[in-house]
Design a protein around this ligand. Structure first.
Ligand code: PBG
Length: 338
């Protein structure tokens, strides 16, 4: 027995890491990262009509909401202390076409939602995506000419759409279509239109991922998509290319950077934070949400535990915040338990 004790002692010496873990109070004292309500951005889906709250089948707990209901939800979110919403529209099929021209209607669904939310809940931030995919008949983020998603023409349209979104009251424009040169073009466009104070959160590193499936159901683009998005989204294999892409966005004037999806790309979060020092946000996307929900509903995982753990991991990886469909659940949890 004596010998065994000495064996352990010889290895550890005075170095016993477990001393700091021995009690709840020591663990709280040494905790390095903490999730707070200020870290949460809540993505919501908006649909036409009134009084409608409609569940998304592959995202249990997530709904599509008409503008009036989205305003109510925004109030609730603001009351819980959530700093910002990210809005995504499900556009009527008859308004979608090859070029996504509905995005250039000043009074389109997404702009109506922004105006209504900002009017009723001025103290919550509204972040709007300017990709074309909710508006195109083929589900691509840009203009399709033959087999090609054309870059520069798409950027011109995205800039015009961004100005309209800012006119409607959007606080932060979030371009997610991964065209080259878009950040600089949007910045110049916003400035020329007098929107110097409207920020840009670049979907700087957006990967061609299988995790977007449930989102495409939520905005009804999944069935439409022809081919894939590999000619403009990043290859999941490429971290260095992702950093280079983000560096261009930084040079072009992005105020904030985003990594999407989140957890499988957490190394990119860390590398981007280290490289640029700009605020970095992770998008815990629809498929990540669906995985946790499905396992939770089956009793295979403790949903709440895993939800909180994944979000805390984003903080540890250097993220300044997370876009997550769990935002309201987390905010309620934090309000109760801190
Ligand atoms: C496209 C866009 C996507 C998401 C938001 N905007 C990806 C896609 O459909 O290719 C995904 C969000 C999610 O999965 O939660 N501009």
């Amino acid at each position: 027995m004596q010998d065994k004790i000495h064996l352990v002692d010889d290895i550890t010496g005075h170095r016993r890491m477990r001393r700091n873990r021995k009690a709840d109070w020591t663990r709280r004292m040494v905790q390095e990262n903490r999730l707070t309500v200020d870290d949460l951005i809540w993505p919501i889906f908006v649909i036409p009509g009134e009084g409608i709250v409609e569940p998304v089948a592959s995202m249990p707990g997530v709904n599509r909401m008409s503008v009036d209901k989205a305003v109510e939800a925004a109030k609730e979110a603001a009351d819980l202390g959530i700093p910002a919403l990210a809005t995504f529209p499900n556009i009527e099929m008859e308004l979608r076409n090859e070029t996504g021209s509905q995005i250039l209607e000043a009074n389109n669904l997404i702009n109506r939602a922004t105006a209504a939310i900002k009017k009723a809940v001025p103290n919550i931030g509204v972040i709007t995506d300017v990709a074309l995919d909710p508006f195109t008949s083929h589900g691509h983020d840009g203009i399709l000419r033959g087999e090609e998603i054309v870059n520069d023409e798409t950027v011109e349209q995205v800039v015009r759409a961004a100005i309209l979104q800012a006119d409607a009251g959007s606080d932060i424009i979030a371009p997610s279509e991964m065209m080259d040169g878009r950040i600089g073009a949007i910045r110049r466009g916003l400035d020329a239109a007098g929107h110097q104070n409207v920020g840009i959160m670049s979907y700087a590193t957006k990967f061609a991922s299988g995790y977007y499936g449930p989102y495409r159901e939520a905005i009804s683009t999944g069935g439409l998509l022809k081919g894939d998005k590999k000619s403009y989204y990043l290859d999941p294999a490429n971290g260095t290319e992702a950093l280079r892409d983000a560096a261009l966005d930084v040079e072009e004037g992005a105020d904030m950077l985003m990594v999407k999806p989140g957890l499988p790309y957490i190394d990119i979060c860390w590398r981007m934070k280290e490289a640029f020092g700009l605020p970095v946000f992770a998008y815990q996307v629809s498929g990540e949400y669906a995985q946790i929900k499905a396992a939770g509903l089956n009793g295979w995982l403790d949903e709440e535990k895993v939800m909180l753990e994944t979000l805390l991991c984003f903080k540890r990886a250097g993220c300044d915040g997370i876009l997550t469909y769990f935002a309201m659940d987390v905010a309620r949890h934090l309000a109760k338990h801190g």
